[in-house]
Design a binder for this molecule. Structure first.
Ligand code: ATP
Length: 372
């Protein structure tokens, strides 16, 4: 087991373009499960490949267990990689695939057999050990790929979207299995995914990247509760939050809707950092429904779509009375309602924000005014 450090790690593919990974500073603790997440092209796979030694580091350093491994060959880094494609040898059985790296390392035959059996037991692969990949399901191949990494007993696991080829149901069960295994072994793990749900459910901490730059690294709950900027706020959480730009600030309050007169007090730190307008973020669950024409200042919305998930409903809507100078991103509000709330497409509903559930951002920079 070992810690991992990215120390200003940078990868430049093309000197004319922005770096794929730009001065990444990151500490992964010994035994931690860290998830790198972000949209396509944000540099998460490149960061992982730099750690595994599959990609050179143009500037900065990579350390494993405090040792600088920046120029060290992949096979000498004590890192095991699990790929999206599984990358199993098609002409070898599961057992041979799992044993291959250990045979190359010239481990005694008995030890190899024991390690393969142990990993096969943990992953419930026993009956499949003598099958070749072509005769296995995607989930089974994925477990063999995991087994091949486990038998090596590496200092660090590097996993690059290992669940992407599985169907939705298998993905959910396998992600729980991987997270359990990691906690059982306590092996430091860096896991790449573009799926924020996977990141939130698996990681001890989650590192959000955009355009090769670290946006925020935190526990899943802290990322959700205190996103550092509008990008993190909208990337984490599904469905995404509603962002309202250009909301005027008067006497320490954001005045959301002149018509309805909703006045949201800015917390002291946000008030100190705010300019004349702010961007407000509301999670779908940050609203409650009130009767139409109720006395409470409310926001009236015209419903365009209702998604019923059985246990709850998501309503997508636009403002019935848009305010001058204020714009709603993607021109829609997303509101979570209870399963018993009866709302249909075409309805006009009235909602009120739950106190203190909103986020305030700088409209120009997107920085969280309360947690910069
Ligand atoms: P995805 O989820 O689509 O795999 P990612 O976040 O893993 O995306 P990377 O594969 O790390 O992103 O790529 C980061 C950036 O580096 C992208 O702009 C990509 O086009 C560029 N890039 C990656 N590999 C190369 C390469 N071999 N040559 C040139 N540019 C590359």
């Amino acid at each position: 087991m070992a810690s991992v450090t990215f120390d200003g790690a940078t990868r430049i593919f093309d000197p004319e373009s922005a770096p794929a990974v730009d001065h990444l500073d990151l500490e992964v603790a010994d035994g931690e499960f860290l998830v790198l997440v972000g949209p396509s092209g944000c540099g998460k796979s490149t960061s992982l490949r730099m750690l595994a030694g599959l990609e050179p580091t143009s500037q900065g350093r990579i350390l494993i267990g405090g040792q600088d491994v920046t120029g060290v060959r992949p096979k000498d880094r004590d890192v095991a990689m699990v790929f999206q494609s599984y990358a199993l040898y098609p002409n070898m059985t599961a057992r041979q695939n799992m044993a291959f790296a250990l045979e190359n390392a010239k481990l005694p035959k008995q030890q190899i057999a024991r390690r393969v059996e142990e990993a096969a037991n943990i992953l419930e692969l026993g009956p499949l050990l003598d099958r070749k990949p072509a005769r296995m399901s995607g989930g089974q191949r994925q477990r063999v790929a995991m087994g091949r990494a486990i038998v090596r007993q590496p200092a660090v696991f590097c996993m690059d979207e290992p669940l992407s080829n599985l169907d939705a149901k298998l993905r959910v069960s396998t992600r729980a299995q991987i997270a359990d295994l990691q906690r059982e072994f306590g092996t430091t793990t860096v896991y790449v995914t573009h799926d924020q749900t996977e990141a939130m459910t698996m990681g001890d901490r989650v590192c959000v990247l955009l355009d090769g730059k670290l946006q925020q690294i935190d526990t899943p709950q802290a990322l959700y509760d205190r996103p550092r900027n509008t990008f993190v706020a909208s990337f984490i959480g599904s469905p995404a939050l509603t962002l309202i730009d250009g909301v005027p600030v008067q006497d320490g309050h954001a005045v959301l809707d002149g018509h309805a007169g909703i006045r949201l007090p800015l917390p002291p730190r946000a008030a100190a950092n705010a300019t004349s307008t702010v961007t407000i973020g509301f999670r779908p669950e940050a609203w409650h429904l009130v009767p139409p024409r109720s006395k409470e200042p409310s926001l009236e919305l015209d419903v365009h779509l209702v998604e019923s998930l059985g246990s709850e409903k998501y309503v997508y809507a636009t403002a019935a009375h848009p305010m001058d100078g204020v714009s709603v991103r993607n021109d829609r509000y997303t509101v979570r309602l209870g399963k018993r709330d009866t709302v249909h497409k075409g309805d006009r509903i009235a909602v009120v924000p739950l106190p203190g559930e909103e986020y305030f951002f700088d409209t120009t920079t997107g920085i969280n005014l309360e947690h910069p």
